[in-house]
Write a protein that binds this ligand. Sequence first.
Ligand code: HEM
Length: 194
Amino acid sequence: MGSSPEATSPETDSPDAGSSFFEDYSVNLIIIAVIVSVLIYKIYTNFIKVPVEAPAVDLPKLRKDMTVAELRQYDGQQAGKRVLVAVNGWIFDVTRGRRFYGPGGPYAAFGGKDASRGLATFSVTSSDKEYDDLSDLNSMQMESVKEWEAQFREKYDLVGRLLKPGEEPINYSDEEPEETDTSTPTPVEEKKEL
Ligand code: HEM
């Protein structure tokens, strides 16, 4: 008796057994890689929450000093969908960056607000204080606020000053007309002066 040549183990029955194992293995690897990539993409887009970019809106250039209360209207939901953000006492027109600061954007909390404290403390929140004089920030935080201000000056148009309570707005009407009709588009993209 003993083992006949036919009585081999099942693995050797099919000469293809080994290679089909590797084929299955690589197909599985591809499927896993696709699933992992989709998951990473989903986590990233949910975390960053950057909505599809809104079409560029050419609003007339706005030059105006504002109080905190006036600034609040410019959170991207009203006033011609313009978005303004204040940093270190200066107001910037960030409408071009509305995917960041507009409704649904990752930094929407800064839209229509004084973002100084949030930027200095690395927290995407804004206070509802009437005016934040930032006097309790330490020197490093103030340095950070100034750096952010410089970045905003570089990237966005300056609108005016954020007014302290009792402070009077400057009349910019000699420089250029103030915004009167937000629905009137203008093709002019002028560089700011200050
Ligand atoms: C892990 C946390 C964070 C991640 C992954 C992140 C990611 C990013 C990315 C990718 C950009 C550049 C987007 C672009 O230019 O296309 C950006 C810009 C920016 N981030 Fe963050 N960020 C984080 C936290 C924060 C925090 C805590 C703040 C504020 C306190 C902040 C404020 C900003 C601002 C103001 C911009 C500039 C947007 C502009 O160009 O106007 N970020 N962030």
